[in-house]
Design a protein around this ligand. Structure first.
Ligand SMILES: NC(=O)c1ccc[n+]([C@@H]2O[C@H](COP(=O)([O-])OP(=O)(O)OC[C@H]3O[C@@H](n4cnc5c(N)ncnc54)[C@H](O)[C@@H]3O)[C@@H](O)[C@H]2O)c1
Length: 252
């Protein structure tokens, strides 16, 4: 079941990490609403393949290959997508990487690298698109968080720490940009069954444990998260800003 937001039709959106997982579902959901969607990803083949499929279906879509850890390359990718699709009024800061690591093994470089993928792009991509949104009289920025830090998950402390900072970033950015009519929110997924999760981290034991904690049983799918992103991107959420919206099937 999917909602229809007529005001998304014809608007330009930018999604980071849009080639796979939740980002791909967001790209597909936005194009289905008639939005013009640019997405950035380090996964070149997957990005080009998705661009091809959606373009063949008649959607306005553009892929830019970049590693978001490289701020200059990222700025160039944003500029390219703006040139191709027009000024950006929706930004979904989705890219993230939940690589596991032992606390004892974390080096300074590794710590910085994890922040360079999980937090820093939110700052510099937001900075790159904010002038578009100001000129358009408003916009919506959605940042992807994670419940992992709320649970105090072990085995990925650089990831959980960066993800917890997404909340603070969201609240401050909402104040920075609010007077320009730009709303900034965080969407925090629970355990979402992406291809990567299935391949890398799924075990029957983890699944059982997750199901026991969820109030609503069953799989949380990328589309379930994309549905919340669509709402926040649209004018239906015109008075929602600076908040965190959790999509975790009611974990208690
Ligand atoms: N899947 C989950 O259970 C879950 C749970 C909580 C939070 N999240 C968050 O949701 C967001 C999406 O996660 P996902 O599960 O869809 O991940 P995913 O690994 O399935 O997809 C992430 C996408 O980002 C891209 N990406 C990764 N590093 C990049 C880089 N340096 N430069 C450019 N692109 C890069 C990947 O190539 C991929 O296409 C992330 O912010 C993640 O932290 C996911």
């Amino acid at each position: 079941m999917s909602a229809h937001y007529p005001d998304l039709n014809g608007r330009t959106a930018l999604v980071t990490g849009g080639a796979d997982g939740i980002g791909r579902a967001v790209v597909e959901a936005l194009t289905a609403q008639g939005a013009r969607v640019g997405f950035i990803d380090v996964a070149q083949q997957a990005g080009e393949a998705l661009e091809r499929v959606l373009a063949t279906q008649g959607h306005k879509v553009a892929f830019a290959h970049a590693d978001l850890r490289d701020v200059d390359a990222t700025r160039n990718a944003v500029a390219h997508l703006r040139e191709t699709l027009g000024p950006i009024s929706i930004l979904v800061n989705n890219a993230g990487h939940d690589e596991r690591h032992r606390f004892e093994d974390v080096t300074e470089d590794y710590w910085d690298d994890r922040f360079a993928v999980n937090l820093r792009p939110m700052m510099f991509v937001s900075q790159a698109v904010a002038p578009d949104m100001r000129a358009l009289g408003g916009g919506s920025i959605v940042n992807l968080g994670s419940t992992s830090w709320m649970q105090g998950a072990a085995g990925l402390i650089a990831y959980t720490t960066a993800k917890s900072a997404v909340i603070g970033f969201t609240r401050s950015l909402a104040r920075e940009l609010g007077e320009a009519g730009i709303r900034v929110n965080c969407v925090t997924p629970g355990w979402v069954m992406t291809d990567r999760q299935r391949e890398k981290w799924f075990t029957p034991e983890k699944w059982e444990a997750a199901q026991a904690r969820q109030s609503i049983k069953g799989e949380i799918r990328p589309e379930d998260v994309a549905a919340m992103v669509l709402f926040l991107a649209s004018g239906a959420a015109r008075m929602c800003s600076g908040q965190n919206y959790i999509v975790d099937a009611g974990v208690v």
